[in-house]
Design a protein around this ligand. Structure first.
Ligand code: SF4
Ligand code: ZN
Length: 726
């Protein structure tokens, strides 16, 4: 281990801790010790400090003990001739740095200048955390690069960013080199920044990289069930499960070294383009700790190799860049070359299976004008018909595969897709057109992706694209009939009528003891997997995260308990949970990881339950915000009275049916209620209470349990007459 690095990192740590101390003093002088301090909308306080020490920082004075600890961790600055044979002091300096950096950033929210500006995003809230976290869970994002500094030219920054996007990585940016930041370079080149494109500019100073480590720390707590304060497990979890590295671009200052040392504790190595001393022997990181002097055209590949990332990228033969990071890209009207659908022209997409002899593999046909014959700024009719064949293909998979068209097409740079079926809306940007993107390329994308991702069920794919009004209009009518038939088939699926449910253990990479059991009438709590998805996923990958689970002997029909399911859960929860009831939230309910779309919580006073969705950041009648409730529900444990659910489950016939069911609903945030209204009303009619939906309170009429009760009494809510819940 190089003494230069040790002394630089320790010097940097001293400087950052000093700064934190100054800022803290300034804040106490200005606002007093009791001023509230927080990152917006999170249940994880200041996440690095919370995760590593268990301290819940809520007001400025709470920071004093953390700062004290940081100072105690700080090793003395070694004199130049001191040789440090091991990493210990450098790592201590790194942790002290992280505490200090989090204090510095949090105080910016109190004292300004705000970490959030037109370009910089500051801390990620829990909604973002969940949405992005799940991509780390299901593998659609293998990890992140924490970029510090800037490249010699703006163009080079774009090249590196595109390369990382194409490798599915998130790019977290903070810190500057000679006054220039990587994020600014991308913005100069009109690159779209933000969580949606995976290019996330946190802040201009290196301190803002703390948000990357905060993200990693929260992942361990939210998905890994690691308890706050369990220092070793937080770090180990990250080393093993979060694939991240620091990309140092430009002159590595003492403060960069100190921050890099903090990252090394998490197992995240640093790859630098400059000539700094390397730390090659492996220890804390999976491979090398610091690798330097890497030329820009090799640096991403080197980082991926050093961190031990395995990325399987499908090469899609189109003239624009391709990858999931482009899914979040928006194309504004002025940037649009042509568009399709969106009420401006008839458009639809349809995927159907055919007999293997009827599909000519790889054939793409465009019937009607190509892009060269379309006028700029027009809306053109579009019909995309995908025919697939395969020995293991089943009609049930058609709709599942069809839903993927959205992701697949959206992955193209400069190509935008929204909606599904006959409600699609698509755009091709002028930029994509200039690079040579053609209508035919929709077909190229779909063939490449369907065959790569679904090779287990699809042997042949053929695509026909219509761009003339007459055939499109005619085919839409035929497609609508098929859509309806599919809907009826799925709506008819009841838990009683199948003897097999599906498991999902995808989240075990993050929440090791959590198992979702997915039945036709209860989808996965993340909302992303229903029973048919589970079935298809199993066919596609028989050894994957979705396994068929025979229900076996019925133990309790009303509560939803079966012998086969219990046995499966016992094994797969590492013997933590020996049984559960699928239809009860009060008695041995299903567990939750951290991805639930909504939380259902009992409101004892009302004899009913409330539902709150993750997007709702206000107070709820339970006296807790979503983020606080989430802390109670997640982590793979059973918490009677509280469950995490996918939003669709709320309108299922099996929604807490053992506890009284649908009419227990007494409070839902207004936005969610409006979103679900058609389904809620349908369900209300089914239970014989057509005006029930308006008896459910929301935040406009009640935010405390007492207010909910008063509202219920006023409207005559049926839950008041149900048997007591407790
Ligand atoms: Fe995770 Fe359950 Fe969703 Fe699977 S279904 S991804 S286990 S939350
Ligand atoms: Zn999960």
């Amino acid at each position: 281990m190089s003494k230069i690095i040790a002394s630089a990192a320790i010097r940097g740590a001293h400087s950052i801790v000093n700064k934190a101390e100054k800022e803290l003093k300034r804040a106490i002088d200005a606002k007093g010790p009791n001023e509230k301090v927080e990152f917006p909308n999170t249940g994880y306080y200041l996440p690095v400090i919370y995760g590593l020490t268990g301290r819940e920082i809520e007001k400025i004075s709470d920071m004093e003990s953390v700062l004290k600890q940081a100072k105690e961790l700080l090793p003395e600055i070694p004199s130049d001739n001191l040789w440090l044979p091991y990493l210990g002091p450098t790592l201590d300096a790194g942790i002290a740095t992280l505490f200090a950096e989090e204090i510095i950033e949090a105080l910016r929210y109190v004292m300004g200048p705000s970490p959030v500006s037109e370009l910089w995003l500051g801390a990620a809230d829990d909604v973002i955390m969940r949405a992005r976290g799940i991509e780390f869970v299901d593998g659609s994002a293998p990890g992140f690069a924490a970029v510090v500094g800037a490249t010699p030219t703006d163009e080079l920054a774009v090249t590196l960013a595109r390369e990382m996007q194409e490798k599915y990585l998130y790019v977290f940016m903070a810190g500057q080199h000679k006054g220039v930041a990587f994020g600014e370079q991308l913005a100069n080149q009109d690159v779209q920044l933000g969580w949606d494109t995976r290019l996330v500019p946190f802040g201009k100073e290196v301190y803002s990289q703390i948000y990357s480590l905060g993200f990693a720390t929260r992942a361990a707590m939210a998905f890994g069930g690691v308890q706050p304060g369990d220092f070793t497990r937080i770090l180990r979890y990250n080393k093993n499960r979060i694939f991240a590295f620091v990309l140092a671009l430009g002159e590595v200052t003492d403060e960069w070294y100190a921050t890099a040392a903090g990252a090394i504790s998490y197992g995240f190595p640093t790859i630098a383009d400059s000539n700094i001393p390397q730390i090659l022997p492996t220890g804390v990181c999976t491979y090398e700790h610091v690798v330097s002097n890497i030329p820009h055209d090799k640096i991403i590949a080197k980082a991926i190799e050093v961190r031990g990332l395995k990325i399987a990228v499908t090469k899609v033969p189109v003239p624009v860049a391709y990858g999931p990071a482009f899914e979040g890209e928006r194309i504004r009207k002025e940037e649009t070359y042509v568009e399709f659908g969106g009420q401006k022209s008839p458009a639809f997409e349809l995927l159907t299976m055919k007999d293997i002899s009827e599909v000519e593999d790889g054939k793409i046909e465009v019937i009607g004008p190509e892009i060269d014959d379309m006028k700029e700024g027009t809306a053109v009719p579009l019909g995309i018909v995908v025919n697939v064949a395969g020995r293991k293909m089943q009609p049930d998979f058609e709709s599942i595969l069809e839903r993927q068209l959205h992701h697949f097409i959206n992955g193209g740079e400069g190509v935008w897709h929204m909606g599904q079926r006959n409600l699609i809306w698509m755009r091709i940007s002028k930029g994509a057109r200039a690079k040579g993107f053609k209508i035919k390329d929709f077909g190229e994308i779909l063939i490449a992706k369907l065959k790569a991702d679904y090779s287990a069920i699809i042997d042949k794919v053929q695509i026909t694209i219509y761009t003339e009004e007459k055939p499109v209009k005619k085919l839409i009518e035929e497609a609508k009939k098929l859509y309806n038939q599919r809907d009826e088939r799925v709506a008819g699926l009841k838990d009683e009528n199948v003897d097999t449910f599906y498991s999902c253990t995808l989240c075990q990479s993050f929440a090791p003891n959590h198992v979702c059991i997915i039945s036709p009438e209860r989808l996965g709590l993340c909302g992303a997997y229903n029973w048919l998805d589970g079935k298809a996923a199993y066919e596609i990958n028989p050894t994957g995260g979705n396994q068929p689970v025979p229900k076996g002997e019925t133990i309790d029909e009303v509560k939803g308990q079966w012998k086969g399911i219990n046995e499966f859960i016992y094994n797969k929860s590492n013997k933590n949970i020996d049984k559960f009831n699928a239809y009860s939230m009060m008695e041995e309910p299903m567990t939750s990881c951290g991805c639930f779309e909504c939380i259902v919580a009992i409101l004892p006073l009302t004899n009913g339950v409330m539902v709150v969705n993750r997007e709702y950041s206000g107070m709820t009648p339970s006296g807790m915000k979503f983020s606080t409730l989430a802390g109670t529900v997640g982590g793979g444990a059973q918490t009677p009275g509280f469950i995490g659910v996918g939003r669709q489950y709320i309108t299922s016939e099996k929604f807490i049916s053992a506890d009284g069911g649908f009419t227990r609903l007494v409070w839902i945030p207004k936005e969610l209620k409006d979103q679900l209204r058609p389904m809620l009303e349908k369900r209300a009619k089914e239970v014989g209470q057509p005006d029930f939906v308006d008896k459910i309170a929301d935040e406009t009429v009640a935010v405390t349990e007492e207010e909910v009760l008063a509202f219920m009494e006023k409207v005559g809510h049926p839950a008041l007459a149900l048997v007591p819940m407790l």
